[in-house]
Design a binder for this molecule. Structure first.
Ligand code: 3PG
Ligand code: MG
Length: 399
């Protein structure tokens, strides 16, 4: 993974319009209140750095998936309000993101103010990566900064497009994220332990494949664990199973054995008769027919916690069970607590595991919490992210 990209500090900003792609795709409740503003707070360092150097920040983001239509509920109005509260600065919110009126509004924004463009996904070309649209955004800046780590796996106009038209650099958040993942994937302090969970094994197999050569151990939980157990000949009852992935899972087990990477699987389980919050739980070492496993059991929690305590680098993506339901939360809670206590360098990536560490109140004790779900999975899976690739094409200023 390369980060030989220009950095914010390499750009001349004084008096310049600084077009910044941020990821303000924050969750909202039905009334439109922001329920988690982590992504907005994570962008403040870049915004303040630009203002301090007398640049004029022009921010753009998507929100939700409006699919090329103007969707009133997906305007960035609540985001503008929160940004104003957090920065204590004037936020000039526009209801378009391109065109002469927007260019004029940007030109007349006073020094010290922040301009926020409208949801870029209101344009049809955005998710298709239309270069004409990228060029129209580029007219709003003298330089471009990508700070949208959470969207950098998307080859969309506002993410990977503007760097083709303007001097460009990585923002502070994007840089922090890539540095954290490099610390895991390149020359990590050993042992390196990965914890992988979540429902779908098919989503995680590319990550398993990419981590096997670098990890000392991979601890597996969540729905994906049962396809692994089945591949080893165990009965999994009515648990989540992706039968079409059994051969692929066998191949990864063989690859791990060959590379000396230990793959740990659950040895006991919290099972229930149905997939429901109020289904009575019981703990078993063998899953009986008709029952489905919804969490890792106490013995597994202890084994996993011991591995995490010994590790000098830990990366976690995906919950160990249905942590949203109290009866099936203990496995994810035990892993969260073990990660929080771990003396090593710890990274949590992925929407659900971040939600879990926050719900369980241990977020402060994790060394790096990623703002990207899909983006962090793709990085862990060894994929190149278009938002970063676009910056890699730019010349790097050398002191
Ligand atoms: C996310 O929250 O996953 C990013 O903001 C990207 O959004 P998307 O999944 O709708 O492309
Ligand atoms: Mg996503």
């Amino acid at each position: 993974m390369r980060l030989d990209v220009p950095r914010l500090d390499d750009l001349a900003l004084d008096g310049k319009r600084v077009l910044v792609r941020v990821d303000f795709n924050v969750p909202q409740d039905e009334a439109g209140n922001i329920t988690d503003d982590t992504r907005i707070r994570a962008s403040l360092e870049t915004i303040e750095a630009i203002l301090q150097r007398q640049g004029k920040p022009v921010l753009m983001s998507h929100l939700g998936r409006p699919d090329g239509q103007v969707v009133e509920a997906l305007r960035l109005k609540p985001v503008a309000k929160r940004l104003e509260e957090l920065t204590k600065r004037k936020v000039i919110r526009l209801d378009e993101s391109i065109g002469p009126a927007v260019e004029k509004a940007v030109a007349s924004a006073p020094a010290g103010a922040i301009v926020l463009l409208e949801n870029v996904r209101f344009h049809k070309g955005e998710t298709k990566g239309d270069p004409k649209l990228a060029e129209a955004y580029a007219r709003l800046g003298d330089v471009f900064v990508n700070d949208a780590f959470g969207t950098s796996h998307r080859a969309e106009s506002s993410v990977s497009g503007p760097a083709a038209f303007l001097p460009a650099a990585a923002g502070r958040l994007l840089e922090r994220e890539v540095v954290a993942f490099r610390r895991v994937l390149e020359n990590p302090a050993r042992p390196l332990v990965a914890i992988l969970g979540g429902a779908k094994v098919s989503d995680k197999l590319p990550v398993v494949a990419n981590l096997i050569p670098v990890c000392d151990a991979i601890l597996i939980g969540g729905g994906m664990a049962y396809t692994f157990l089945k591949a080893q000949g165990e009965e999994v009852g009515a648990s989540k199973l992706q039968a079409d992935q059994l051969e692929a899972v066998k191949a990864s087990l063989a690859a791990a054995a060959k590379r000396g990477c230990r793959i740990l699987l659950p040895s006991d389980h919290v099972v229930a008769e149905r997939f429901a919050a109020d289904a009575p739980p019981s703990t078993v070492t063998q899953i009986p027919p008709g029952k489905l496993a919804l969490d890792i059991g106490p013995e597994t929690r202890g084994r996993y916690a011991a591995e995490i305590a010994k590790a000098r680098t830990v990366v976690w993506n995906g919950p160990m069970g249905v942590f949203e339901w109290e009866a099936f939360r203990a496995g994810t809670a035990a892993v969260a607590e073990a990660v929080a206590r771990a003396p090593g360098y710890t990274v949590v990536g992925g929407g659900d595991s971040v939600a879990a560490v926050e719900l369980l109140g241990v977020a402060e004790r994790v060394k790096h919490i990623s703002t990207g779900g899909g983006a962090s999975l793709e990085l862990l899976g060894g994929k190149a992210l278009p938002g970063i690739e676009a910056l890699l094409k730019k010349p790097v200023a050398r002191a």
